[in-house]
Design a binder for this molecule. Sequence first.
Ligand code: ADP
Ligand code: MG
Length: 694
Amino acid sequence: MPRAKKKPDIAETPEGELSRIRGIGPAREELLALAGVRTIEDLLYRFPRRYLDRTLATSTAFRAGVETTLIVTVENSYLAHGKRSRLVVHCRTLNGEPLSLVFFRGVGYFRRVFQKSLMLVVSGKLESFGGMQIAHPDFEVLDSEDSETIHTGRIVPVYPGTEDLKKRGLDSRGFRRILHEVLDSGINLPGLIPEDLLLKLGYLKRMEALREIHFPENMETLKRARNSLKFEELFLFSFHMKSKRSARLAQERELWPVPHGKSEQWNQLTQRLPFALTGEQLRAIKVIVDDAQVNHATAFLLQGDVGSGKTIVAIAAMLHYVANNVQCALLAPTEVLARQHFRTFMDLLALSGVQIELLLGAEPKKSKAERIDRIGRGEADIVIGTHSLLEKDVSFASLGLVVVDEQHRFGVEQRETLRRKGKNPDVVGMTATPIPRTLCLTEFADLKLVTLLEKPAGRLPIKTMRLGEDKRTGMYKSVRNHVTQGRQCYIVYPVIDESEKSDLRAATDAFQELQTAIFPDLKVELLHGRMKADEKDRIMSDFRAGKVQILVSTTVIEVGVDVPNATIMVVEHADRFGISQLHQLRGRVGRGSAESFCVLMAGPGTEEAEERLAAVVSTENGFELAETDLKIRGPGEILGKRQHGVDGLRIANLMEDRKLVELAFESAEQTGNLPESALEFIKKRFATENQSLS
Ligand code: ADP
Ligand code: MG
């Protein structure tokens, strides 16, 4: 076969059309497009899922039961008739040992292929039937001009493929052949990372790494290639985040170019607060307010464990904006939480003259329209609401600050929608879901992180225990004990989908039993997401006022709810909750100075469930729990698919490759410019909608 394998121009059009590759016609091109492969570059970044070690075996491996790869020469072949007719091809290995290849299917075809003195590489499991044989080996004819084999005699890549593609004739073997063709064609994609950097860190150049990852020389070089490509990916991602950050820094404020940092209302409020702010709260407020006075829009992620007092930090920040005559919006994930915030704000700001509006989904049309008008005319200083804030007809006169509570509960598009209602407003996202450091470095690198490291003083640790069914009676007894001493209790049921009647029934039935049979003398109420808004509101206010002693609830109370007198949390079927959910639920108690308890009711669960429960029992530290969660589940799930923003990562793993993440992040920070090809690559891979809050 002649070596003139390449169609013309291929080296000059590196990202170019697939049809330039020998063996890819219009049909194949269409098929590859189905798999998301449109350019040669796409193809090269289709990494193998795993590898088969089919490097040539040494003679010691020539015994039955061994998976091996050998070079053999065909001597003769014959058809054997017996219970099953078969083709037997007699060969001899390079060491002179006889070996038969046996085929039960495709007999006619193989008979034509295996001509005398043909040399081939075969792979398969050795079996002993009189002599040594391999049935239906993987094989490849050795071309005298073509010393390199593709499918055997080497470490062979296995590609992820779909049934669909396979049916249409493109399986792993097909992919392998095409990739070999591409790499053999003299293609030379331009490097993406400065070469001196690669050299300094000991990574392979781009093409070398790509060649090695598809057709590795040995396991050692494969590892190096993988690391090189992981680094490339993480470096480009970090660079992308850095660019986003500097783009924001370049945006000037439009609303209030010379804001001032004084707020009379805030000064008054601090004097009326029933508690002293913690050092952490004061520091966070200062960081955010100071930044509000520079001439470009900023974005913060305010991170603090459940109960660390983030709300008051948000209020402080807002008052500084209000003092500059700009509006603030507070977005909350649930109606219960939005109403609670509204109440808190009204209580604290009652005499301040600050105008506060609450905007919820289900409201009488007329009064809602009036509210929306007031917001649009700028008469509302602070607007609190749920998703209803995002609706089209809601507009602001001068929105300068967007606060997103429990920000991990919102998708990026949602936060963006609200942000676009202002002219480049600042953003403060608040979360109790601690972001592990590796994720901070990448995903949230364009946000400024402020962390409340300590909780307000005087809080006792929450006693957490995991109990089985046999302890139920005792559990009820101690709930009763605490409640009769004036404390309140939550009992939470897992309801996965509030619109599922069957799911809700479990909670409803349990409620009935608790109310009539177990605590008939106590005030027990039920709260779930499907209730009418004013019904929910009534129950929450009664609970807050201490009129309800036991609140049976679905996870509507999971986030944000703040009733300091509630000191017992019972979670039923705790094995069905994730770590962060349990941590959030537990965060509903331990909000005052009294000792609190959290009881996780669960029968024996799966190994993973046991791991989760043990973790929650063992520590109250949200950061530790997040790390454990990350280990058990992996980063994608923790942040939610929509916003985790690492869709572009194909080879690097934020958990396993932590060291590389840091190295890549630091390297990107120190890199000024990248070549056009790298910027293109970044755009294609990372600059999609699904990026973090910005
Ligand atoms: P989270 O960070 O979970 O949103 P919240 O803002 O709801 O926490 O605050 C939890 C509880 O702690 C609230 O009842 C709040 O009034 C109270 N709190 C906030 N700051 C302090 C403080 N410095 N000292 C005492 N209690 C505080
Ligand atoms: Mg909160």
